[in-house]
Design a binder for this molecule. Structure first.
Ligand code: NDP
Ligand code: 2IT
Length: 451
């Protein structure tokens, strides 16, 4: 489409070397074509050009002292992408691969995801190229404090509210919250994913994984199917993967895999959840130790991966849940999944499937594909429930939050599904999610004038 090509060309020229950002943008723009053809107001108000440019991009230096007394330097980012629907909201990622393009793709996806929740949330994302691997507890704390020593001046409970993402969980949120309080003297909801006895919400830890499973459940039920008895493969072994696996067991499915940055575990009897939590949440060690307690499982280290794909996608399954990172599921993997009988993919991670893989899923008759910006929106939605509890000084019980999460995920499914039908693309939830999310943001931008 000329409009898409023109925008991508413009982005490549003005924001060079941001391949993940172009990828995310291209997918959205291609989906929007039928809407833009029909409703000329979006072009009249130049919404696309306005939307692909972040409102504000903050880049800063983080200096901190390691255990040897060496001063270390990292890059810090907070990209405040779009505030048409509410305060900027989105996680912080600490991973060695982080750069401006990655934070920008995540921030861009976040705009539509947050819109789909139906809640008042703008889109943003942040992070650092800090590598938490092998760092001591003291180093993690000093880094988090140094990161917040700059970030604190840019965030606020009604302006920008970060949360966790890869490499940022409850521990890091705690250190950052403490530093914010120290610097400002204010005790307020400037981060979500907080500890339960200092402002956190029950079910926030579980929300992304649970929500991804609820989304799969909605897709399958609408097709007259269910998760019960289904064999599921899951990639990742962090927050999203763990609570995906937990909810799958609760709904009678059998999750048989997990993976981390060093390898993949396949346990045909079903992944032992207690072992997984002990290794990844408490001890924070490699998945290879799963074999210590479950020697019958099969472990494949990354060095032995087929160069064409992660072995997790070669395991025969009914439903797949990519829950690790972007572009972890390529065209070969998608072919393999479909060939081996997989009928549904629900994305816990952000943009885990490459564009070719997405095309294959969408082009396969009766295949159910839940894109990340819809399927993993339960995390940010529950973050908003945390903000809501903070603002009203209340705390709701687990069932209350979980029921709200379930309803929000159902609402997202309905909105994707009905929008897809409206554009004669039944079950194309990529088109459904992108158009439904876009309309909310774009209409708000038009109402609010050229600001
Ligand atoms: P965690 O840091 O808790 O876990 C990430 C997991 O994925 C870890 O097991 C990690 O391995 C593995 N991993 C990360 N990067 C790579 C890589 N490049 N190659 C192979 N394995 C990798 O993060 P989350 O579970 O929070 O996030 C997972 C995904 O879900 C991300 O895409 C994130 O953006 C998305 N997401 C997260 C939400 C949240 O609320 N946390 C909400 C919505 C989406 P190792 O253990 O070795 O580090
Ligand atoms: O990608 C995401 O939606 C998240 N990392 C969670 C964001 C949030 O603000 O809870």
């Amino acid at each position: 489409m000329p409009y898409t090509a023109k925008t991508i060309e413009y982005l490549k020229r003005t924001s060079p070397a941001q391949s993940e950002f172009y990828q995310a943008t291209q997918e959205v723009l291609l989906s929007l074509r039928p809407l833009l053809d029909k409703e000329k107001k979006y072009q009249r108000y130049n919404i696309i050009e306005r939307l692909v440019e972040p409102e504000r991009q903050i880049m800063f230096k983080i200096t901190w002292m390691d255990d040897e007394g060496m001063v270390q330097v990292n890059k810090g980012y907070r990209i405040e992408f779009n505030s048409a629907l509410g305060p900027y909201k989105g996680g912080l990622r600490f991973h060695h691969s982080v750069n401006a393009g990655i934070i920008k793709f995540l921030g861009f996806e976040q705009i539509f995801k947050n819109a789909l929740t139906g809640l008042q949330l703008g889109g943003g994302k942040g992070g650092s190229n800090f590598d938490p691997k092998g760092k001591s507890e003291g180093e993690i704390m000093r880094f988090c404090q140094a990161f917040m020593s700059e970030l604190y001046r840019h965030i606020g409970p009604t302006t920008d509210v970060p949360a966790g993402d890869i490499g940022v969980g409850g521990r890091e949120i705690g250190y950052m919250f403490g530093q914010y309080k120290k610097l400002t003297g204010r005790y307020e909801g400037i981060l979500t994913g907080k500890g339960l006895n200092w402002g956190g919400s029950l079910a926030r830890t579980e929300a992304t994984g649970y929500g991804t499973v609820y989304f799969a459940q909605n897709m399958l039920e609408a097709a007259g199917n269910s998760l019960e008895g289904k064999t599921c493969v899951v990639s990742g072994a962090g927050n999203v993967a763990i609570y995906t696996i937990e909810k799958l067991y609760e709904l009678g499915a059998i999750p048989i895999s997990a993976s981390d940055s060093r390898g993949t575990i396949y346990d045909k009897e079903g992944i032992n959840l207690n072992t997984l939590k002990e290794l990844k949440e408490n001890k924070k060690v490699s998945l290879v130790h799963y074999l210590d307690e479950h020697p019958h499982a099969i472990y494949t280290p990354v060095e032995l991966y087929d160069t064409k794909m992660n072995p997790v996608w070669a395991i025969s399954c009914d439903v797949a849940f990519p829950c690790a990172t972007q572009n972890e599921l390529n065209e070969n993997a998608a072919k393999e999944l479909i060939k081996n009988g997989c009928i549904c993919v629900s994305e816990g991670a952000n943009m885990p499937s490459t564009a070719d893989a997405v095309d294959l899923f969408i082009g396969t008759k009766n295949f159910l594909y839940g894109p990340g910006k819809a399927a993993n929106a339960g995390g940010v939605a529950t973050s908003q429930l945390e903000m809501s509890q903070n603002a009203s000084m209340q705390s709701w019980d687990f069932e209350t939050v979980d029921n709200k999460l379930k309803n929000i995920m159902k609402g997202i499914y309905i909105s994707c599904s009905e929008t897809a039908k409206e554009y004669n693309s039944t079950n194309n939830f990529v088109l459904g999610a992108n158009i439904a999310g876009f309309k909310k943001v774009a209409d708000a931008m038009i109402d609010q004038g050229s600001v």
